[in-house]
Design a protein around this ligand. Structure first.
Ligand SMILES: [Zn+2]
Length: 201
């Protein structure tokens, strides 16, 4: 802690992903192929020690153009809100040049599980028009020990009611494999609610 309050903070992609950005395809057609990239980045992210096993991308829903890429950077930045969805949405907004991702584009957020309670709001306020997730349900928390917060049971219906389409269970088996590998490792679970991992059932 420094002597005076901070005046800014920065959350950047890790070096390994920044280096990979020029090599990524400019467009990826189809939700399965888009999620395959997300699952691959999520797996590498925790192995690099950068944060949790989470990744997200923003794509153009009609052309497949890859607009942004995000991974969880909580451990690398020391900032608790640095989830993959927040990174992908913020970097997309930076690139598109507006806080409203639905203003001129038909964009989709592709992420390797249903958003946590923080990213539920961040996604809703981003203007994004589509949400594609690998899955929903207790498997993520059971396999990884992360607490996703008090999500409302009708989260998907709440998105749909606001004009955000929801597609579920894309690349689900691959997402679960990433969580299983993570859960079997000794990586840090950084929920502030307690010491280390929550109890697994
Ligand atoms: Zn989140």
């Amino acid at each position: 802690m420094t002597a005076t309050p901070a005046s800014s903070f920065t959350m950047s992609l890790p070096d390994w992903l920044t280096a990979e950005l020029p090599t990524l395809p400019q467009s990826i057609e189809g939700a399965e192929a888009q999620m395959a990239l997300v699952n691959r980045l999520a797996d590498r992210n925790w192995r690099e020690g950068n944060g949790g096993p989470f990744a997200a991308i923003v794509v153009d829903a009609s052309t497949g153009e890859l607009v942004s890429v995000g991974v969880n950077v909580v451990l690398a930045t020391g900032i608790s809100s640095g989830h993959a969805e927040v990174m992908a949405l913020g970097l997309a907004q930076t690139r598109v040049g507006t806080w409203d991702l639905g203003a001129e584009r038909d964009l989709a957020l592709v992420v390797n599980w249903r958003p946590c309670v923080q990213c539920y709001g961040a996604t809703m306020w981003s203007g994004i028009r589509h949400l594609i997730v690998a899955g929903d349900g207790p498997e993520l928390e059971r396999l990884t020990g992360f607490d996703e917060g008090p999500m409302v049971p009708d989260w998907a219906a709440q998105f749909e009611a606001r004009g955000i389409s929801v597609t579920q269970d894309v690349g689900r088996a691959d997402a679960l494999a990433v969580y299983e590998a993570y859960g079997a490792s000794s990586s840090t679970v950084y929920n502030a609610r307690g010491a280390g991992r929550i109890e697994k059932d």
